[in-house]
Design a protein around this ligand. Sequence first.
Ligand SMILES: CC(C)(COP(=O)(O)OP(=O)(O)OC[C@H]1O[C@@H](n2cnc3c(N)ncnc32)[C@H](O)[C@@H]1OP(=O)(O)O)[C@@H](O)C(=O)NCCC(=O)NCCS
Length: 173
Amino acid sequence: MQPTTVTLDDGRTVRLRNRRRDDAEALYEMYSSMSKDTQRWTMSPITRERIERWLSQEEQVFAIVATSDDRIVGHSAFFMHDYPRLKGIADLGIQIHQDFQGVGLGTAMTEICIREAKESELHRLSLEVVAENEAAIHLYDKLGFVKEGLKRDAFFGQDGKYHDLVVMGQILD
Ligand SMILES: CC(C)(COP(=O)(O)OP(=O)(O)OC[C@H]1O[C@@H](n2cnc3c(N)ncnc32)[C@H](O)[C@@H]1OP(=O)(O)O)[C@@H](O)C(=O)NCCC(=O)NCCS
C-alpha cells in the first residue's frame, strides 16, 4: 500500500504503511508495553523470536503498521496459505496498543486489509477470536465478517481457564 496519514476520532494522526524488515525492534516495543487487558485475548507473550518468524514470512503475508512519532502503535496482517487446497484463503489478525484503542484505528487498519485482500483476488478472509473479546467481535461484525462457528475450549487464557473461540469469515468475491 501507499503510505497514508489517518486522522483518528480524537484528532491525533497516525501514519499507516507496509511493515518492513527493520520493524522488529519497534514491534517488540509495542508488544512488550501492551497492558494486561490488551493482551488478555491475544497469543501473548510475543517474543523477539516470534516477531523474527513473522518478518521472515514476507512472501505469504500482507502486513501493515500504524506509527506515531517513532513508535509502532498498531499492527495488522493476513497470512496467505500456500497449500493448493487452501488457495485464496488467508487468516487475519490485528493488535492496537492501548494508547490508541477506541479511536477508529482498528477499523481503519482492518478496512485496509480487507481492501488489499480483495485487490489480491483472495477468496476468503478467516479469523478466530476469543468469545469474550467483545470489542474485536464488534469490529469484525461491523466490517462484514460472519460468525461461522465455535471451537470449544480452544484458547488457554491468562486466567488459567479454557475459553471458546469464535470462527469468523468473510467471502470476498
Ligand atoms: C479489538 C481491537 C483491534 C479494536 O481496535 P480499536 O482501534 O480499539 O477499534 P475502533 O476504535 O476502530 O472501534 C471499533 C468498534 O468497537 C467498538 N468497541 C470498543 N470497545 C468495545 C467493547 N468493549 N464492546 C463492544 N464494542 C466495543 C467501538 O465502539 C467501535 O464501534 P463503532 O465503530 O460501531 O462505534 C483493539 O481493541 C485491540 O487491539 N485489542 C487488543 C488485541 C485484540 O484483542 N486483538 C484482536 C484479537 S482477535
